[in-house]
Design a protein around this ligand. Structure first.
Ligand SMILES: [Zn+2]
Length: 260
């Protein structure tokens, strides 16, 4: 039992289950570019998949505005007074709301990934190194991605999906077609290889590298007969966070009712 700073009590239960109850993962040899996906965790707050879907990160602007407002109010209360205690709880409640909203969103995205694909590959992030910007925003984003990967891994076990973390270094610089590295500052959004001429969206190139590294990690080669160009989607679908929140997934199957 745990009392939160909001004053709410929580009771947790631990259940022991049989390992044998978990579904078996698909045979590694059955994996291919159609049933597997590389996921690039964007530093600009979105994920990008190797088959061309960009999913926006959830918009928390209103929530943060409310949080700063409540925090400002708290700073004006007399420390230790009843008013102070009440306002402290108000701040804690907004923080909890933000945490729950992020967690809910990540549950939806990770469930979508492990049910849509047989194998999901993500970067083994040294998030602190990857991110630039001020310390506070960096830590928040790093913690969010770490939580995302944790959810993805346990759901992989739960749903029988391969979830593999791959070496993250160079996924953006490297050309998905020829492997030649090119320095690429954050503001350069296109990949254009000086060596082989391959051109595509910066994040699509990174996601494709992640997919290839995932295959290598599982001991599968990238079939020579499958050039990256034929696997890469010709255009990118951008999905708003709102759609994920409302439908629980970034893709909407026409045959599937929304309220499943
Ligand atoms: Zn190239």
């Amino acid at each position: 039992m745990k009392k939160e700073t909001t004053g709410d009590w929580f009771i947790s239960f631990g259940l022991e289950t049989d390992e044998g109850d978990l579904p078996e993962k698909p045979d590694v040899d059955s994996l291919n570019a159609d049933n597997s996906v590389g996921v690039d965790l964007g530093i600009l707050n979105y994920i990008h998949t190797s088959d061309g879907t960009t999913v926006d990160w959830i918009d928390l602007e209103d929530e943060y505005e409310r949080l700063y407002r409540e925090q400002r109010k708290l700073s004006r209360k007399e420390h230790g007074s009843n008013n102070y205690e009440n306002q402290r709880q108000a701040v804690a409640k907004v923080k909890r709301h933000i945490r729950q909203k992020v967690l809910d969103y990540q549950h939806k995205l990770t469930i979508w990934l492990v049910t849509e694909y047989d194998a999901v590959f993500v970067e083994d992030l040294n998030v602190a190194e990857m991110l630039q910007g001020d310390g506070n925003a960096r830590n928040k984003q790093a913690a969010a991605w770490r939580q995302f990967i944790t959810l993805l891994e346990y759901k992989g076990e739960l749903y029988g999906t391969h979830v593999v973390q791959v070496e993250a270094a160079g996924t953006t610089k490297e050309c998905a077609t020829c492997g030649v590295e090119t320095a690429k500052p954050i503001w350069v959004r296109e990949h254009s290889c000086p060596s082989c001429g391959f051109e595509c969206n910066r994040d699509a190139n990174a996601a494709m590298n992640i997919l290839q590294r995932g295959f290598a990690e599982l001991g599968l080669g990238w079939p020579e007969s499958t050039p990256v160009e034929t696997v890469l989607p010709t255009d990118t679908t951008r999905v708003s966070a709102k759609r994920v929140v409302e439908t629980g997934r970034p893709t909407l199957n026409e045959a599937t009712p929304v309220a499943e």
